[in-house]
Design a protein around this ligand. Sequence first.
Ligand SMILES: [Zn+2]
Ligand SMILES: [Zn+2]
Length: 355
Amino acid sequence: MAKEYYELLGVSEDASQDEIKKAYRKKAKKYHPDSNKESADEDKFKKINKAYDVLSDEEKRKKYDRFGKQGVEGSSSRGRQRAASNFQDIFEQIFGGGRRKRQRQSRGETLRINTTISLEEAYEGVEKTFEISRKSVCGECDGSGAENNTKTCDECGGQGRVRRMERTPFGRTETVAECPKCEGRGKVPEEACSECGGEGLVDEDETISVDIPAGIRSGQRMRLEGKGNASRSGRNGDIELVVNVESDEEFERKDANLFTTLDIGIGDAVLGAEVEIDAPSGTYSVTVPEGAQPGQVLRLRGKGMPSRRGHGDLHVKLDVDIPENVDEEDVEVFKKYKKEKEMKNSFFETVKDFI
Ligand SMILES: [Zn+2]
Ligand SMILES: [Zn+2]
């Protein structure tokens, strides 16, 4: 009696392993449900795989030859995995190494770090170093997670992706997702790597230094590409650095402009003065004009924060100290001043009356 498995593959009962393999490839290609050919036939495809599972294994083949299907039924999961492994190899040979492309899609996680800098540092730009702990690819197993050998993932049969049927308002839809067990690799460790415990990744402490550019605003994010967690497929995530700029007691920042208040004495307000200002952008000598008024704003062009559109301005608001206690000499001065002012005013009033 011709044995069904040999018939399915179209080989004779004394076919060599090579012949069996070749025949299987041809048939698998023909009936593969993904092959987009008219001959695609999932049911037939499964049967062919089953036949190949048995005939490609000399042990099973012997049992099958002697006892037929009963002899090989209930084959161990190990057997199934091995068959799947063969299938995967052949699948790749036939349909190309599409798996590599998918691997590139999964990437490591983005790490987020925060730092706070002073307004001066934001003005100048500053280099900051950070101690971070990140996942990197295990050097022992090169990310495979295996101590020695890998075997085909039994979750996805080595394809690295799994199909799921989902109910949607438009009916049942089949979606393809990355296999959660092997993370798209199609292979899982036979024995977990002793260095990384099979994860394929290890924690590594690293010191990174970042040049924070001049003019950075508080809350601005910097993306350091590829500096985040590694992924087993080799594409690293990023580091996202959030830079906070400390609020300064004396200088308020609005966009690229800086605002500050300068306290001056009443004498300097009346007579004018040269005053020094210590700003984040440097130390400047400011000319307070004669007769300066409280609340008056002096604008120092280009002395604000750097920005893409050039430097902002430094706005200096004058605050005039009115003395609470005055000595006798001062009293005389103010009395004289007051009298003159009154005289002037009455003169103007008189003139006005004439007009
Ligand atoms: Zn490892
Ligand atoms: Zn898998």
